[in-house]
Design a protein around this ligand. Structure first.
Ligand code: ADP
Ligand code: MG
Length: 747
């Protein structure tokens, strides 16, 4: 029986039953799967040379027979030594900390070794060489240098074993690998055929072959995904109808007159994109991204007013109650005197008000409904929803938004959807995660914004930082406190205490603050924490970064004595967090000690100081986002990044300094992606679901762009991918992405 891609590995000559079982344990059950298991890198194997011809100080590869071995105990450093002879000379091999090798390398064995030689007396020596044993009759290897694939391996099955199995499977697989891209298509893009790409990946003749193979396979991953996305997009545009909103010069003027400022050129460009979308009868699906503070809200407001001026409704969904309230308040202010009815709906809207809002919304008595996620689940009905804006999305990618949109479409409406990101996203990620969206990027910030000045401070100088903060807050001054406010953010280390412990600090501060706004600052974290926090958890003891509670206590007892300190962290209930944030915004709390839960997008005009403890432990994009919490008022703001007591790496501190010199959120995001990868930035689940194994989003911008462009053109040329010749690409796309893209209906 002829073997093919689906043949079990146990049937492949040269792959024993044991190895086949081991490979099956890794999910590599047949020829096709094994060949799809790609090396993670390649290592250079030097050309084999006779020992007698080896030079000192060079990286060399040799083979021979082990003639003697011994273990030497030198202090606590056992070393294993072996002598290798090949008839032309003698090579000494030394491994440190490797007594275990005595059970692996025996006199009489044939080895191939590689490493850097040095001269030791009359002989050459290699310290800690790479080595592998040659089986009986196994050739020592090619005389030419080559690149050896290094495979993801497991404890039971090593890379070398996988390599040997692939060597056996490859000749079976290669002639049977069909290409979903035809020759002309490949030639235009200077790409190898698929089978050739696999050959070059597993058995490359040069570095160039590895990169050509990588490029083809990475492109394939991206292309198949983008084909799915493009198909979905085309399907949506073909089948869904959205209200085409009126967009005339008069309407444009009317809306601009309502905005409290003149739009920046960046905002203008985004507004034009959006307005053009909304004036079409197909539902817009657009991502508005811009740096922190670039003014995304104004673009949203413009879109919503377009709906209202066409007698339609709009909704704005924010991730937190506080942010929803802030949006609501701004819209109400902006529209005072106009006949536009704006309503707010959040989890804490009282039942009676809630019923009223729902009713008004369904009957058209509300023009703009602002709210939280509650909007999606609360049985909200619109009379005619034309525009839905989702603010400050960050962790929501294609999957989650598909669900949101489905929800919005329940009521038979296909609104235009705008999504606004919380933070700049590198282009590659934006296209991959938000590939089904059109993207507008707001370039530049509103004029007159004072940049936040950023300082990087060693942990040792922490005391000076807080002394400076105390001075800025006017603590201990004879006159009234300055009214300045500060955020202090610390990384979350371990679990934050339960709420009961926290509220010991918080309630005291908050209730006192309620009585006597800016008074003598009698309520301190010190008193409260000393009384109750210990009772609750007995933690802290002044350790700076253990928990934010401990940090608050330390600051309240010492450097920031007399300040009104509140604590905010993720284990607090939503309402409690909102309440605390509100007090802070209203100025009743002067120092907010928090984990990174502090609200995105919330304006606290009085907050001009941001201190981040253990800053080297945060991602750069996250620090940039935190930095964006200050500098929203008129005053000059400062962000102080304090390193950990033992900084993760010297590099980490260096990167913080780089952050201090740039305020370009996009550049920072790119850098962050390089350092931490998409999983860290956007959550493993989301990044993992995309399933990119070869493509590297921190490097492959060209490929990502090309894949998106090609996929869109392809779907345009062949709607539904139904032309002859599309079948294979379509099948592969559906297999890889059909499910999560919900392409069942399309396919
Ligand atoms: P983000 O893009 O971070 O959501 P916002 O929309 O909250 O930014 O805007 C940040 C701040 O800048 C707000 O206080 C807003 O009023 C102000 N702002 C926005 N656009 C302009 C503009 N064109 N001119 C002046 N101020 C602006
Ligand atoms: Mg915003």
């Amino acid at each position: 029986m002829a073997l093919d891609l689906t043949s079990p590995l146990s049937e492949v000559p040269g792959i024993g039953a044991g190895l086949a079982r081991g490979l099956a344990g890794m999910g590599l059950t047949n020829v096709g799967r094994l060949v799809a298991h790609l090396p993670m890198r390649h290592e250079r194997i030097e050309a084999l040379a006779p020992i007698g011809e080896l030079a000192a100080g060079a990286t060399v590869s040799a083979s021979g027979q082990v003639t003697a071995t011994r273990v030497l105990m030198r202090g606590r450093k056992p070393r294993f030594e072996a002598v290798l002879m090949d008839g032309t000379g003698r090579l000494d091999l030394v491994w440190f900390h490797a007594a275990y090798l005595r059970d692996k390398i025996h006199a009489g064995a044939r080895l191939r070794v590689q490493g850097k030689t040095r001269r030791l007396g009359p002989n050459l020596q290699i310290v800690n060489p790479q080595w592998w044993e040659l089986g009986p009759g196994e050739a020592a290897g090619a005389e030419r240098a080559r690149l050896r694939p290094v495979y993801p391996a497991t404890e039971g099955v090593g890379s070398r074993q996988i390599e040997r199995a692939v060597e056996r499977a490859l000749p079976i697989a290669l002639p049977r690998i069909e290409d979903h891209l035809d020759e002309g298509y490949r030639r235009e893009r200077a790409m190898p055929a698929l089978a050739e790409a696999y050959r070059m990946m597993h058995s490359p003749r040069s570095e160039e072959e590895v990169s050509a193979a990588r490029r083809r396979l990475a492109y394939d991953e991206l292309l198949l995904m983008q084909l799915g996305v493009a198909l979905k997009r085309a399907h949506r545009q073909r089948t869904l109808r959205a209200p085409a909103l009126r967009w005339t010069p008069a309407i444009d003027r009317a809306i601009r007159e309502r905005l409290p400022f003149t739009l920046t050129p960046g905002q203008d460009a985004a507004v034009v994109d959006v307005a053009r979308d909304l004036s079409r009868p197909t539902p817009a699906n657009r991502l508005i991204q811009g740096d922190v503070g670039s003014g995304k809200t104004a673009v949203a407001a413009y879109a919503m007013l377009m709906a209202v001026l066409s007698d339609q409704q709009a909704t704005l969904m924010a991730p937190t109650e506080l942010l929803a309230e802030q949006h609501h308040a701004r819209l109400v202010e902006m529209l005072s005197g106009a006949r536009v009815r704006v309503a707010l709906l959040t989890g804490s809207t009282p039942e009676s008000a809630r019923r009223e809002v729902l009713e008004a919304c369904a009957s058209g008595g509300v023009d703009i409904l602002v709210g939280t996620h509650a909007l999606l689940t609360a049985g909200v009905r619109f009379r005619s929803l034309a525009v839905a804006v989702i603010d400050e999305q960050h962790r929501f990618g294609v999957h989650q938004r598909a669900a949101l949109r489905a929800k919005a479409e329940e009521a038979d409406a296909s609104p235009h959807v705008l999504v606004m990101t919380a933070t700049p996203i590198p282009r590659t990620l934006a296209i991959t995660l938000f590939g089904d969206l059109d993207i507008s990027t707001i370039v530049g910030l509103p004029p007159g914004r004072l940049p936040v000045s950023t300082r990087v401070v060693e942990h040792a100088k922490r005391g000076e930082v807080y002394a400076w903060v105390a001075k800025k807050l006017g603590l201990g001054a004879v006159e009234r406190p300055s009214g300045a406010q500060a955020f202090v953010v610390a990384p979350q280390i371990g679990e934050e205490p339960e709420e009961a412990v926290w509220s010991g600090v918080g309630e005291d501060v908050l209730s006192e603050a309620g009585d006597d706004a800016a008074g003598g600052g009698s309520a301190t974290a010190e008193g409260a924490a000393a009384g109750r926090a210990d009772a609750g958890g007995g933690r802290g003891g002044g350790a700076a970064s253990r928990t934010v509670l401990a940090l608050a206590r330390e600051l309240g007892a010492g450097p920031l004595k007399g300040a009104r300190i509140a604590v905010l962290h993720g284990r607090l209930k939503r309402e409690t967090r909102d309440a605390i944030m509100r007090r802070f915004r209203e100025g009743q709390v002067s120092v907010l000690v928090a984990t990174t839960v502090i609200e995105v997008g919330v304006d606290v005009p009085g907050a001009t100081i941001m201190v981040v403890e253990g800053a080297d432990r945060f991602g750069l994009a996250q620090l940039h986002q935190l930095r964006g919490r200050v500098g929203r008022g008129a005053g000059r703001s400062v962000c102080v990044l304090i390193g950990s007591e033992e900084p993760a790496t010297p590099d980490a501190m260096e990167r913080l300094r780089a952050l201090a010199t740039t305020s370009d959120g996009f550049a920072i995001a790119e850098e962050d992606l390089k350092i931490r990868g998409p999983g860290e930035m956007f959550g493993e689940r989301q990044a993992g679901a995309i399933g990119l194994r070869v493509a590297d989003l921190s490097r492959d911008l060209d490929l990502v762009r090309m894949a998106q462009r090609d996929a869109r053109a392809w779907v345009e040329r062949s709607p539904g991918l139904t032309q002859p010749g599309d079948a294979m690409a379509r099948r592969r796309m559906l297999r890889a992405h059909g499910k999560w893209l919900g392409l069942g209906d399309v396919g």
